[in-house]
Design a protein around this ligand. Sequence first.
Ligand code: NAP
Length: 755
Amino acid sequence: MAAPLSSQSPVESDAGLNTPLFQRVAVIGLGLIGGSLAAAIRQQQLAVEVVAYDREADDLRAGVALGVIDTAESSVAAAVQGADLVVVAVPVRATEAVLAEIRPALSHQAILTDVGSTKASFVAAVEAVFGQLGPRVIPGHPIAGSEKSGVHAANPELFANHKVILTPAEGVDGASFERLKSLWEGCGARVLAMSVGYHDEVLAATSHLPHLIAFSLVDTLAGEDQNMDIFRYAAGGFRDFTRIAASDPVMWHDIFLSNRDAVLRVIDHFSRDLDQLRDAIEHQDGAMLLRVFSRAKAAREHFTKMLSGQAYVTDMNQKQVTFRMQPGGSMNGDIRVPGDKSISHRSIMLGALADGVTEVRGFLEGEDSLATLQAFRDMGVTIEGPDNGHVRIHGVGIDGLQAPRGPLYLGNSGTAMRLFAGLLAAQPFDTELTGDESLSRRPMGRVADPLRAMGAVIDTAEGGRPPLKIHGSQALTGIHYEMPVASAQVKSCLLLAGLYAEGATSVTEPAPTRDHTERMLEGFGYHVHRKGATSSVSGGGRLTASEIDVPADISSAAFFLVAASIAPESDLTLRHVGMNPTRVGVINILRLMGASIEVLNEREIGGEPVADLRVRSATLRGIDIPEDQVPLAIDEFPVLFVAAACAEGETVLRGAEELRVKESDRIQVMADGLTALGVESTVTADGIVIPGGQRLGGGTVDSHGDHRIAMSFAVASLRAEGEIVVNDCANVATSFPGFVELARETGIQIAAEGE
Ligand code: NAP
């Protein structure tokens, strides 16, 4: 080509938005990627001038005509001359030859980068041509593409909202790196930095292997006798493979030859796993198939959550949900509220460690228990479901857990993290326990310290906070532990560690706490010695699979107990409610207030007492709440305040400081909400005084994102005289899935907006 061509039709640009980062960008190889980058740079005015060289003069002419570049140059050297950024955008296998042409013309100040799909090969080519990797050589790889190739497919939007990986060496010039990063960001991309080796490993697994499988599968099936039919009847799955297999053969041939070692490693790994699946099918090993399939099915959600550092169902929290209730109504029906959270957690843990298959029904499909479930899948346990509260756990036995491939992510669940710490302290493998942002702020020293006294080796982050790094293969010895603060989580953690310890492990609590772990261990046939405030277990036993019908959560039932009590003409039955003596404060208190609650059909399931409750409307009276009932009803006070407002006479609560440090300051937030409805109350340091017999008006209440506050005011609407609106209710879905539907079905005139 004699004279350089110049662009006659510049791409439309947001004039003046960007100060040019570069004077002259030279793109070598004007195909899909080189052309798209050139077009994006021009469109965003990130350089004063974009020039290109391609071995096809037609492509260069097209580049100018399409406005992709400013100027076409007739040789590599001419393009590179005077450029402060040179982008190599040729097929990977052509890189070394192109670099040899670049070298004589390249300024010392220029940045040299590429877009190739493999990075070790680019580094090797640079070293072969230049002798070493200079500080301004920065390999790059945009994770964006198209089935089409060539400059005609160039698209300035190609990189918008896509990732670009840069793989700078240690001695990289920082300013050059930042400039190149800004260029890609200016094209709309998100830039990540990683090492060359890591890039090639990751891409081998996530991109190269899937392409290889697609090429191979489509080729194999195309060679079958009935190949026409295979393509004619191709179902969705196979069609996806054919789409991938339609990628550019030359480019992929390059990639596999250039990333040989990493690709071979991942092919070998995959072939072994595929052989195992083949064997499982041959030998009718359904358990193996289920294990792999259920782990794979859950993987996408799991890793998405892990990457975003968010808990399992918090997507709901992103949305603003408002409850709007019309006043009045009565409560009738026969219902079962969702399962107890503490018991849901423990059912998965013990089911996983038991011999045999444990069937769980009534499992709470909330964020915390789902995190526990996933963690056991990660440790090789096959778990089917949850499907409408039904979970089937194929127990692996007390010593059957396998090392997880990465950290165990426990979402927002403090219970899970503390219980896991005990359970994993003596496993023959190391584990790391992580959680979301809020869990990462919670102290774990109160479990790590006594576990260390048993012989566990656990590292925590600063201040005893997560992540917890548990070093496996430790021989634990039973201890006696006097808990300084009453905590069911610490007690459970130590008892679970005690299953693996030499001798007896015993825990004495200063005040009674929930005893779901002790009861469920008994339910799985593991003896727990209980005397007074002390529980102990001896290590070395086994757990036997069980059937668990998770009791309905009494904390969730509480809203309906109060609702049916305060609404006229109500008659409501709540089925299968957990009646653990450490949890029944709400029933005791409501009965003292004159509520009509019949306890029917009392029975024991999996070590836990359950009963059906029939509640009818009653005239409630205000009471001095006995202080010994406070810890037994601590989560139920918000809705009990609503009962108090509807009662005749004054209700006084004392000794409930803990309410101020729950998900919200539940005393103040409830008092503010009641005020919004025209109900007076007096807040005290450790409680509240609510004069009864008050009229509830309508109004707008802020729940402060506290699910129990939101549900309490939904209940209040039954006795209100106007519409009640409660803001910030999205969290209800995580603690009480289906609350709105159940409330509506039984008589509350509620609508949720924004779901
Ligand atoms: P493309 O559309 O085929 O473009 C490559 C261009 O380079 C073609 O115009 C080609 O000319 C030219 N070229 C080949 N050898 C050359 C040489 N020795 N001197 C000068 N020009 C030469 O391919 P692409 O998709 O843009 O791929 C370019 C690079 O980007 C590759 O390294 C690829 O690994 C990487 N990449 C591709 C994708 C994707 O999805 N396509 C995604 C990320 C990264 P001819 O037309 O004469 O062959």
